[in-house]
Design a protein around this ligand. Structure first.
Ligand SMILES: Cc1ncc(COP(=O)(O)O)c(C=O)c1O
Length: 443
């Protein structure tokens, strides 16, 4: 299936904004535009509800777990998907009721489950048999101390979508650590076990992969879990009232990535699920759990160029490295996945050149010579210039580390009135050293 081309919807800073933000907060700096993020959620919801009026979006906070952004997503009507106790705690801190949170995770610790249930988490997505038993004990045990209504339970399915077709980004295939396989009978056994234990099971979940630029994988995932729900009704009398087809819609990292519109994507997926449910008497509430497609395009990263260096290079003659003041620790995706990005010069010290030259952008870290390869930028690029990397709202700040002991960058939010503020400050040297312990007798 070919995707219908979509216009470039990525947020960009103007030169004046970039200069002011860099001056106020320093670089490297993550920047998110609030109005853009709200618009992305609204557009997704419009597309979803046009074909499924009761459709629910959960914001996958793994994409960006900054508290203010979680608060914005919740205020736009999203429930909140958390994949760890840490993400759950941030959601609570952001003022999201526990009942609006879904807890994921392929190896939830007893302490995580206990905390989630005691706080009144809305939904737990079950991932393995040990977890079913643990949750049953926590919900039924006389000493559970639960003060809230029990969470709804959803079984995560591995629908067996072909990992070869959807290499790297697939998590819904049979050979996966996530969820219960449909093909080997594990998913049916999990259903039977939940029913036997009298647990508050409401339905099924799948997530087949990420950065999907066509909906084929998601369509088969949706169809397979809907068919499975129908089978469970026929064989065990279980009435599914909730189906969640996960996240995954892709975004425009470079001009080569041509994502579908939210509306087209939703219409394909809802149609596939509805086809599979036809005649079954099931009418479950449908959920989706996007992360990247809601927040990625609303964010940019601002770097300052520190040096420009031309060196001899095999086959190409010379290579010009542009060293920026961040890299692997604020954006590990190029190193992890070979991800490509769009890099633009947003402010220059010199007169602007009219011709472009290919550059290799390098970070400050030991491993990565090449942060962004083959980037076409003005030929007079020089130390002090500001670069913006587009589409970094997802899986950048949430995947940042202190590698090489660099402080993680701050995140600035551009408010709808054009003003700006910090929503996450840069790591301080004090907190970087705070975890260190020097026992006696080391010398
Ligand atoms: C279970 C689950 N839900 C939702 C998502 C969000 O995916 P995306 O950011 O691609 O929309 C992921 C991503 O890995 C996931 O594993």
């Amino acid at each position: 299936m070919t995707a219908a081309p979509l216009q470039d919807t990525r947020y960009r800073l103007s030169e004046a904004q970039a200069l002011e933000l860099a001056e106020t907060y320093g670089t490297p700096l993550y920047v998110v535009d609030e109005a853009h993020f709200r618009q992305r959620i609204q557009t997704y919801y419009q597309g979803f509800r046009a074909v499924c009026p009761s459709g629910e979006l959960s914001f996958a906070t793994k994409a960006n777990s900054t508290a203010a952004l979680i608060k914005i997503a919740y205020s736009e009507g999203c429930s909140i998907d958390v994949a760890s106790e840490g993400e759950f705690r941030v959601a609570l801190m952001a003022g999201v009721p526990a009942s609006a949170c879904h807890l994921h995770g392929n190896n939830k610790q007893l302490s995580e489950l206990t905390f989630a249930i005691s706080e009144g988490i809305g939904t737990i997505v079950l991932d393995n048999f040990e977890e079913i038993e643990a949750v049953a004990k926590l919900l039924k045990g006389p000493t559970s101390g639960i003060q809230h209504s029990a969470p709804s339970l959803v079984i995560r399915l591995a629908p067996g979508v072909d990992p070869v077709t959807h290499a790297k980004i697939s998590t819904g295939q049979a050979d996966t650590k996530f969820g219960f396989n449909i093909v080997d009978g594990a998913a049916e056994k999990a259903t039977q076990r939940c029913l036997a234990l009298g647990l508050p099971l409401i339905g099924y979940h799948c997530h087949v992969g990420s950065q999907l630029l066509d909906p084929e994988a998601q369509i088969s995932g949706g169809e397979l879990i809907a068919k499975f729900a129908a089978d469970m009704k026929a064989r065990h009398g279980f009435e599914t009232t909730y189906l969640n087809v996960g996240g995954g819609l892709g975004v425009r990292y470079t001009e080569k990535d041509i994502p579908m519109s939210h509306a087209e994507y939703c219409s394909e997926i809802v149609a596939a699920v509805n086809r599979a449910l036809e005649g079954t008497g099931l009418n479950p509430k449908l959920g989706q759990e996007p992360g990247r497609s809601l927040i990625a395009e609303s964010g940019v990263t601002l770097y300052r160029v520190g040096s420009v260096k031309t060196v001899p290079a095999k086959e190409i003659g010379t290579r010009t490295y542009v060293a920026v003041d961040g890299g692997l620790s604020d954006n590990p995706r190029p190193a992890l996945y070979g991800s490509k990005y769009t890099v633009e010069r947003v402010a220059a010290n010199s007169e602007q050149a009219t011709t472009n030259t290919p550059y290799t952008i390098s970070g400050k870290h030991c491993e990565t010579d090449k942060l962004f390869e083959d980037v076409s930028l003005p030929s007079d690029l020089a130390a002090g210039d500001l670069l913006q990397v587009l589409c970094t709202g997802a899986y950048n700040s949430s995947m940042a580390s202190n590698y090489n002991r660099y402080p993680r960058p701050a995140t600035a939010l551009i408010r709808p009135d054009g003003s700006h503020c910090l929503i996450q400050r840069r790591d301080s040297w004090e907190e970087m050293l705070a975890r260190e312990i020097l026992p006696e007798g080391l010398g």
